[in-house]
Write a protein that binds this ligand. Structure first.
Ligand code: CUA
Length: 339
């Protein structure tokens, strides 16, 4: 192999590794039920292990009995003993399964966290989650009438318990963050009240766990557990209205945005865009992902999403746009300034 050929191989390998690490780590966050980060998560993990071990033992016993029966009856006419057979069916088919199922039922009930207690009402932080086809609409309400609306990226203070009120805006959804809690079933017209807590700062992945339409599998969520002081900074920053455009490019981009149909569905606090149908864009540029943890929040992906969202997530409510090249660049500059 000549020097140029080997150089090509090395470059290809580097590009491949780069591509793999870029697509693997960003923005989808792996989640692992067996690495719980809260008491609720640990109870569910224990239940999972009990179920796995119990079912493994039962499976092994059934296989052993089956094997014994096969070997013993081979070629021989084993006489049936009605008394033994009846007792065997009674114990193996009724008593033991009933005891096992009842035991698991009780253990499962114990592992289910209760609904969160009623709010004390003294400005305690509350997170409201609305599941929509196909993204998570988030709103924080805290002391001093703090209100923050965002989407798809839940921030919580590590080590603190956050009250969550969740419902659906359309069909059934289920918010599942395996390391932090059980699934939150979301119903239209009914509120599910639970808590969310992560012992340690970190980024935790989650997803929708109830079939909700064509893009159910692409309804991910990212939970960022910040150090409490960092969380307070995040909340204060996100409670502010959108940044005022700075450069001429950003200013023109704001005009493109406000003059387009974007404003009917999206909200940018502090502007005339007050749509509540789609994700809030007030601090869009501060988020890690687009399309509900589907693609990284980077300029190229954002451009692709704006031009042809139906290609990336078919069936979602956002239509494509036919902006000119310069208009697209201006719009991108504006959206990227919304930190
Ligand atoms: Cu939302 Cu599945």
């Amino acid at each position: 192999m000549g020097p140029s050929a080997s150089r090509r191989v090395v470059l290809t390998a580097v590009a491949l590794v780069g591509t793999l690490s870029a697509t693997g780590a960003d923005p989808v966050v792996a989640h692992n039920l067996l690495a719980p980060q809260s008491d609720s998560g640990r109870e569910i993990e224990t239940l999972w292990w009990i179920m796995l071990i119990l079912s493994t033992v039962i499976f092994a016993v059934v296989l052993a009995l089956l094997l014994t029966a096969l070997l013993r009856s081979r070629g021989a006419d084993v006489p049936a003993s009605p008394g033994v057979a009846r007792r065997f069916v009674l114990w193996g088919g009724v008593v033991v399964p009933a005891a096992v199922l009842l035991g698991l039922f009780v253990l499962t009930l114990r592992a289910l966290p209760e609904e969160a207690p009623a709010s004390s009402g003294d400005g305690e932080l509350e997170l409201r989650i609305v599941g929509r086809q196909w993204f998570w609409d988030l709103e924080y309400r805290g002391a001093d009438s703090v209100r923050v609306r965002t989407a798809n990226e839940i921030h919580i203070p590590a080590g603190r318990t956050v009250r969550v009120r969740a419902r659906s805006g359309d069909v059934l959804h289920s918010l599942w963050i395996p390391q932090l809690n059980r699934k939150f079933d979301l119903f239209p017209g009914r509120t599910t009240t639970l808590t969310l807590r992560a012992d340690e700062p970190g980024v935790y992945g989650g997803e929708c766990a109830e079939f909700c339409g064509a893009q159910h599998a692409r309804m991910g969520v990212i939970v960022v557990a910040d150090e409490p002081a960092e969380f307070d900074r995040w909340l204060a920053a996100n409670a502010r209205p959108a940044a005022v455009p700075d450069t001429p490019q950003e200013k023109r981009g704001e005009q493109v945005f406000l003059g387009s149909s974007c404003v009917y569905c999206h909200r940018v606090a502090g502007t005339n865009a007050t749509g509540m149908v789609g994700p809030d864009l007030t601090h869009l540029a501060s988020r890690r992902s687009l399309g509900s943890a589907l693609i990284p929040n980077r300029k190229g992906y954002l451009a692709g999403w704006i031009l042809d969202p139906q290609h990336i997530k078919p069936g979602n409510k956002m239509p494509g746009t036919d902006l000119s090249g310069p208009e697209l660049q201006q719009l991108l500059a504006y959206l990227e300034s919304l930190r």
